[in-house]
Design a binder for this molecule. Structure first.
Ligand SMILES: [Zn+2]
Length: 142
């Protein structure tokens, strides 16, 4: 039997403290899907694996929810019309799209609102990993 400290010895085991994390927002590398970390699927079976798009299994990037919201707001202020509404709508749909353009077409068809991505040539696609890297300086791949 292993030697354990006696409860009578007066020594108490120090309770482990997990570090506190900010809520995370994640977005897909291979489709257009984003959401909170709690909404992700897992690539592996039996509950283990890499967090992924819950619809197609594409792996994800991540940043804090706060930075995601700040980045989305800043992006709309730069002239990307209805970007905040578009992101809120796509998150609420419970599906992924093959591209952001496909999501934008469905957004406009459903809500009647345009979503305009004011992209200059060579600028990263809005909602893509590259754009969100700019928006979320603390991002890491999951
Ligand atoms: Zn997907």
């Amino acid at each position: 039997m292993p030697n354990r400290p006696s409860k009578k010895s007066g020594r108490r085991r120090q309770k482990h403290q997990w570090p506190k994390y900010e809520p995370l927002h994640v977005w897909s590398t291979g489709c257009f899907w984003h959401g909170r970390i709690e909404a992700t699927g897992r690539t592996g079976k039996c509950g283990m694996g890499i967090p992924c798009c819950p619809h197609c299994g594409s792996v994800l990037y991540q940043c804090s929810q706060r930075k995601w919201e700040e980045g989305t707001k800043a992006y709309e202020q730069q002239g990307h019309v209805n970007y905040i509404a578009f992101m809120a709508w796509t998150e609420a749909q419970g599906k992924c799209w093959p591209t952001i353009d496909a999501a934008a077409q469905e957004f406009t068809a459903t809500t009647g609102q345009p979503v305009i991505f004011a992209i200059s040539k060579g600028e990263p696609q809005p909602g893509s990993a590259d754009t969100q890297k700019q928006n979320c300086k603390d991002q890491t791949a999951t």
